[in-house]
Design a binder for this molecule. Structure first.
Ligand code: ZN
Length: 156
């Protein structure tokens, strides 16, 4: 890509997250799982989420493969939503998807996303938007699945 077109600081944070992704592991006690693919780039994410009785995200993990952006995004997403309520996590996923289609958001909403907000800088490269958004879509779909569903593989 055009990662070289990103300014140095953003590039460093993204590369670091991709090289040392957080929560990159499968959960054994997941309540929600999903596999989502981005065929345009070849990114695959297997996301597992463990909600507790109060609908708080007690644990979250991902496995899979993909480009730097998709891996960095999954790491940042899991950091940002761990410990949040299902409802808050869905709001954050919506903020991120909105950001992907160029909608403006308040600074407070962006702050909620923590490091993931940095990926707004990727949105200037249309070919990479799905890479950045894949993990958030996976989160959204996993949490919204009926009966704490275990969704089969699907493509975005
Ligand atoms: Zn990608």
């Amino acid at each position: 890509m055009g990662l070289s077109k990103l300014s140095g600081l953003y590039r460093e944070v993204i590369l670091d997250a991709a090289d040392h992704p957080h929560h990159k592991r499968a959960l054994t006690s997941a309540t929600h799982t999903i596999t989502l693919k981005n065929p345009t780039c070849g990114d695959v994410i297997n996301l597992s989420v463990q909600l507790d009785d109060a609908d708080l995200i007690q644990d979250i993990g991902f496995t899979g493969e993909g480009c730097t952006i998709s891996q960095a995004s999954a790491s940042m997403m899991t950091d940002a939503v761990l410990g949040k309520s299902k409802e808050d996590a869905l709001t954050m996923a919506k903020t991120f998807s909105d950001m992907a289609i160029g909608k403006e958001h308040s600074q407070a909403d962006m702050d909620e996303l923590q490091d993931a907000a940095i990926l707004s800088n990727v949105m200037q490269f249309p070919a990479r938007i799905k890479c950045a958004t894949l993990s958030w879509w996976a989160l959204q779909r996993a949490l919204l699945a009926e009966h704490g569903g275990n969704e089969e593989e699907s493509e975005v």
